[in-house]
Ligand binder design. Sequence first.
Ligand SMILES: C[S@@+](CC[C@H](N)C(=O)[O-])C[C@H]1O[C@@H](n2cnc3c(N)ncnc32)[C@H](O)[C@@H]1O
Length: 248
Amino acid sequence: MSRRKLKKFAQNEERKNILEPGKPLYQNLKGNWNELIFKNSNEIVLELACGRGEYSTGLAEKFPDKNFIGIDLKGDRLWYGSNVALEKQLDNVAFLRCQIQHLNYFFEKHEVAEIWIVFPDPRPKKGDAKRRLTHPRFLKIYHEILKPGGWVNFKTDNKQLFEYSVETLETLELTLEALTRDLYNSPFLEEHYGITTRYERKFSAQGLTINYLKFKYKEGFSADHLLDKSFVEMYSPFEGKLSREMEC
Ligand SMILES: C[S@@+](CC[C@H](N)C(=O)[O-])C[C@H]1O[C@@H](n2cnc3c(N)ncnc32)[C@H](O)[C@@H]1O
């Protein structure tokens, strides 16, 4: 591992706005974010696959009366978002290092008001479909932790992933809104407050258009049939071995 990465990891250990394995609060976060971390009762918004956490810090600046949590398994990426939050003194942002498969170890039922999924890995191989963040097994987890009526915003450059997601959401009869295959030339751009991410800038520079939609679960939606235990690795994120991805 490079020295620069080791230095970031050492700094992460000292930072209060990064929650990661080994820290005392890490195992007690579920249901306690407002009390333990934010010290208020404001609503909680998640940014999944956040990388450097541009949405978390960008939205936190715009909405000081909401709390934002950027989630990613890569500690060196979270370090950047954490830096921005510290520099701008944003007390309403935190970063959680974990696998998104394990979200319900960290959030109580209905603890979350809104979710952003921002440029997740497209996972194009057929055998990798269950790792796409819009796969039904992830949709079940979001449904569990979201408050009724909470929106999930989804943004990607990847056409295949976007079409797969639209098809999945339509099949499950979720409520879709703001669906566009060219965000920058759509009326929905203003919902993004000028925030762009590192990957977004890279893909836009390659001439790719940006796809965006948001969805919510209908009243009475049942996710029971989406359950597949083999999806979530059968070890606790607190005790078992971490995946190799998480260690790097
Ligand atoms: C393509 S990058 C996008 C990063 C950022 N959202 C952006 O737009 O610049 C995808 C991110 O998802 C994270 N990731 C992939 N699978 C994950 C998982 N199962 N749990 C948590 N993070 C994951 C990776 O570490 C990576 O930072």
